[in-house]
Design a protein around this ligand. Structure first.
Ligand code: PAF
Length: 282
């Protein structure tokens, strides 16, 4: 016996509040949509190291899916998720029904300005509004001191930071580096849906981003973007949706290397009907 209380699975807001209310020790929170992988577990481990109580939510949020088929196909593995979370030493897993998160239709409209008009915001209309709805609701329910998010969803992180500022939420947002498979593919729940040929081709996305980072500054910027899209599209399993080079803070497109500030390259690529995203600092 190590003296730890075993992980509790909680399905209602009232029960979670009852368990967490009145705690003076720090609460850390990792929101997820389940289908957990080593990337999520690295967030959970960090949360456990830095906070006294670790809470993880598993909820596939319908309002952030702009494509209904993507919502239907999104992988759901609740039993395996619970086993992984128990092993990782989580205190509370919150697995609510949709009616707990949205007792009535969430009609809130958030405004993130230019941040939501590029890349994921441009290509997935309504996506960030749905993310903001669920994240604000979850933060309101869990009331964590710290919440942990992965940098694979870099633009989501920027939106969430802005959301927290807009709503004056008393939470520290902690960003965690991208976890990758041995061949470089960024870990994602969606990787489970790749067939063997797509999985074999998918590492080309990160290989291309790495080469962009090596060539940054020495090739005209627009030419590098075109080159990267063409390189990915030479693989019959892959189809680029966008490649962008953007300012690391504003996420607005950069038109020349001379512009000041840190820059990132971003990619969204289809492998069949699976959409993969990745990014790299340049
Ligand atoms: O990044 C995700 O898995 C989701 O967008 C999040 C933050 C859990 C909200 O549903």
């Amino acid at each position: 016996m190590n003296g730890r209380i075993t992980m509790q699975i909680i399905t209602t807001v009232a029960e979670l509040r009852r368990r967490l209310g009145g705690r003076t020790a720090s609460v850390g929170f990792v929101p997820t949509m389940g289908a957990l992988h080593a990337g999520h577990i690295s967030l959970v481990e960090r949360c456990r190291r830095e906070c006294d109580t670790a809470v993880v939510s598993v909820f596939v949020n319908p309002t952030q899916f702009n494509d209904p088929e993507d919502l239907v196909n999104y992988p759901r593995t609740p039993q395996a998720d619970c086993a992984l979370l128990e092993k990782a030493g989580v205190d509370f897993v919150f697995m609510p029904r949709e009616s707990e998160i949205y007792p009535r239709q969430d009609l809130r409209r958030f405004e993130f300005g230019d941040l939501e008009r590029v890349m994921e915001g441009e290509h997935r209309p309504g996506h960030f509004n749905g993310v903001a709805q669920v994240v604000s609701r979850l933060l309101e329910i869990v009331k964590p001191d710290r919440a942990y998010f992965g940098e694979k969803d870099y633009q989501q992180l920027a939106v969430i930071r802005q959301l927290v500022r807009q709503l004056h939420l008393p939470v520290e947002i902690v960003d965690c580096p991208i976890e990758r498979d041995g061949d470089g593919l960024a870990l994602s729940s969606r990787n489970m849906r790749l067939n063997a040929a797509q999985r074999e081709s998918a590492p080309l996305i990160y290989a291309t981003l790495r080469e962009m980072s090596q060539r940054a500054g020495s090739v005209p910027l627009q030419e590098l973007i075109r080159w990267a899209a063409q390189r990915i599209d030479t693989d019959p399993q892959l189809k680029t949706e966008y490649i962008a080079i953007a300012d690391a803070d504003s996420l607005q497109p950069v038109s020349s290397w001379e512009e000041p500030g840190k820059k990132y390259a971003f990619a969204a690529v289809w492998a069949g009907d699976v959409r993969l995203i990745d990014n790299i600092e340049l």
